[in-house]
Design a protein around this ligand. Structure first.
Ligand code: GLN
Length: 194
């Protein structure tokens, strides 16, 4: 069972490392032909506007949308969450998302790189201890539609993790903290579908 990491831009190497550590057979996905090979896909953090542009330039955006709608398990972190959101607030002109998650996210909701922060989150869906979460120029989930479910909120009650069927998204970056419960949760979805 192969698991893909969208490798157009961003911290795809970190995600590949985590998934391999958890025993997955990981492939980098850069071309549409590589998509049918994978049983799940991680969309990494990075810069969503650039990722969007590259996905469209390389003819991946359409096939990715189709795969998402046909039930491929996809986990997006930060820029990846933005890519999965149906609505993107503060997008740059012409920026598109792939969609799939019934949410509106706001890019750079906490300010610039200098306003990056870390906090501990209670996440019942993944169980156990609170998870240490790192936010880097992170988006916030401003509204969660009826088809999506909030998995975690920060202290002020705003949502930073969501799930909807085959899709999972976090504003933060579990790939940089050594706590791989979200990736395990995602691999559980991949295994369940396979
Ligand atoms: N601010 C970035 C964007 O809009 C996301 C940052 C990240 O992925 N760490 O895509």
């Amino acid at each position: 069972m192969k698991v893909g990491v969208l490798a157009l831009q961003g911290d795809f190497r970190e995600h590949a490392h985590v998934l391999r550590t958890l025993g997955a057979d990981v492939v980098h996905v850069r071309r549409a032909e590589e998509l049918p090979e994978v049983a799940g896909l991680v969309i990494p953090g990075g810069e969503s506007s650039v990722m969007d542009k590259l996905a469209r330039t390389f003819g991946l955006a359409g096939p990715l949308r189709d795969a998402i709608r046909s039930g491929l398990p996809v986990y997006g972190t930060c820029a990846g969450l933005i890519m999965l959101a149906d609505t993107v607030l503060d997008a740059i002109a012409g920026q598109e998302s792939l969609g799939g998650l019934d949410v509106a996210v706001r890019r750079n909701a906490f300010g610039s790189q200098n306003h990056s922060f870390e906090t501990d989150l209670d996440i019942p869906a993944i169980g156990g201890e609170p998870m240490h979460a790192v936010f880097i120029r992170a988006p916030i989930v401003e509204s969660v539609g009826p088809n999506a479910m909030a998995l975690a909120t920060i202290a002020d009650g705003r949502c930073v993790a969501v799930e909807q069927g085959n899709l999972l998204g976090t504003s933060f970056h579990p790939e940089v903290t050594g706590d791989y419960r979200f990736h395990e949760y995602f691999l559980g979805k991949v295994a369940a579908r396979a």
